[in-house]
Each structure stands twice: as C-alpha cells, then as structure tokens.
Design a protein around this ligand. Structure first.
Ligand SMILES: [Zn+2]
Length: 284
C-alpha cells in the first residue's frame, strides 16, 4: 500500500470519527469516499458505525462502483458519490451525513440560500436542496446531478446533506460549515429573522475567493431564472440590491414588521370581550 493510500484511509477514519462525535450521524448512517487514482476510489463499508472504523475496513471500488478489494461491501449510497466524481474532476473527497439541524432544514424544505455569513458565501455560496430520492435507487444521484456542477454542498430533501472538496478533510469541513450555518440560521429566525448581506457586498466577497485560492463554488447567476435549467452552472443567493447599505433587512422580516405596525390581531375571546365592553360603555 502506498503512503498516499495510507493517508487517505487514515483521513476517512478521522472524518468518520468526527462525524460520529459531533452527532452528524446516528447508528451506521453516513458514508465517505476519496479518489485514489483515475481508476479507483476508496470508500467506507456499509453496516458499520463510521465513528469506530479502522483503515483496513475500507472498500476499494472502480468508477462504476464495482468492488476491487476489501472484505466488506460499499454503501448502497455509493452511486451518489460516483455521480459527483463523474461530474467534478476537481473533487477528491465526498462526505455524506445526516447532521440534525441542516437535515431539519432539508425536511422542512427550506434551502440555506440566504446571504447571511461572509465565510459561508466564500466557501460554499448557496446551499440548495436536491429533490427527494428513494435511498439505493438512481433517484438520489439524479437529484444531486442537477446541482453538483455549481455547488460543493447541498441538502438532500428528507434525508441529510452531502459535501465535496479537493480531499476528504476539506469535504468534511464543508459539512461542519453547513451544520454551523443551519444552527445560526435557525437561531436568527427564532429571534425574528436574518439581516441579509447586500448583493454588492456578496459580489465583493466572491472577488476575494481568488485571494484565498478557492476555485469553487460557482459565481452567482446574473439572471436567477438561469438556475432553473437542468444542469445548474451558477448559484442563486438571496442577496437584495442596495444602493448604499451593506446589510439589508430580509424582505420577509420587513413584511412581518409592516403587519406588526399596520394591523392588530385579536383572538375570538379578546374580540368578544372588547365588543361586550363597548356595548356596556354605550349603555352607561
Ligand atoms: Zn444517508
């Protein structure tokens, strides 16, 4: 075994340990893979906890998913990984997990596409939701194909999340970023909603990517309707235009504010009590 292969196996073990330690996976969930060379991939075995793997447990497969070596079998979710490698020659590692907060957004059908945090915009851009697919069928790879050309991370409807990067650990860190972002988004929404980073500022942040040597994610769509095409090549990010402000209130927050100022909501009991009170006042 080459030193490179040893290192890749060690990285997969470590990424699995961290996924389990952070409760991004339960039981035997999740799977991790890495490119070994132009003919072979290394991937995690099925039916084992990814928190307690050893390097010798890994499965070596070809790009059609056929096993080359290993005592165990690869995950049934391997086709999703293969789809990512086929569409992204730059990708060297893929991580799939079910982190609870990000998966909550995926279950609620709420994508993480708002321009909220500078580091998320530079490292991941927007995080869309790939359509639901029955596990172990070609539906999931088909759903992932739509976004993978432009996104390094996405939510999987009613399932979890998947991330990719030049190597296993960079894909793992993107999973951490997605879960952290989901947590912050949830808290901000509980507290009344996010202020968004303006489109002008987002474009400035995108310009900084080159400085940090980040080739992806893809640029923002000039026309968001472009993203409706089959193979998405640009990203839709909710970042409102603003003449001067770098931070702008979220539109839905503004609507909430308006209704707070413009209308009064009463329960049926409160309303009848008010009428009864008015009638009494009139009689007196
Ligand atoms: Zn899964």
């Amino acid at each position: 075994m080459t030193r490179i292969e040893e290192q890749i196996r060690a990285d997969i073990v470590e990424a699995g340990r961290r996924l389990y330690a952070r409760a991004y996976i339960a039981s035997n969930d999740g799977n991790i893979s890495a490119r070994l060379d132009d003919r072979r991939l290394i991937t995690t075995p099925k039916s084992v906890s990814k928190g307690f793997m050893t390097p010798d447990m890994m499965v070596v497969v070809d790009y059609d998913g056929k096993k080359i070596s290993g005592e165990r079998d690869a995950s049934t979710e391997l086709p999703m990984h293969l789809e990512i490698y086929r569409n992204r020659p730059d990708v060297g590692g893929v991580v799939h997990a079910h982190p609870p907060l990000a998966t909550g957004f995926a279950v609620a059908g709420i994508p993480l596409t708002r321009a909220v945090l500078a580091e998320v915009i530079t490292t991941l851009g927007s995080i869309p939701i790939a359509a639901y697919g029955t596990p172990s069928t070609s539906e999931l790879p088909d759903a992932v194909r739509k976004y993978i050309k432009a996104h390094d991370g996405m939510l999987l409807a009613n399932h979890g999340a998947v991330t990719c990067g030049p190597d296993v650990m960079s894909a793992y860190y993107k999973m951490e970023t997605i879960e952290h972002f989901a947590k912050i988004s949830l808290v901000a929404r509980l507290l009344g909603g996010e202020n968004l980073i303006s489109r002008e500022e987002v474009e400035r942040l995108q310009g900084l990517r080159g400085m940090y040597g980040i080739p992806s994610p893809a640029p923002l769509c000039a026309d968001p309707s472009e993203a409706g095409r089959d193979q998405v090549v640009c990203q839709v990010l909710e970042a409102p235009e603003s003449g001067s402000d770098r931070l702008v209130p979220d539109v839905s927050l503004a609507i909430k504010q308006a209704s707070r100022d413009g209308e009064i909501r009463l329960t049926y009991g409160e309303l009848t009590a008010l009428i009864a009170d008015a009638v009494r006042t009139l009689k007196d």
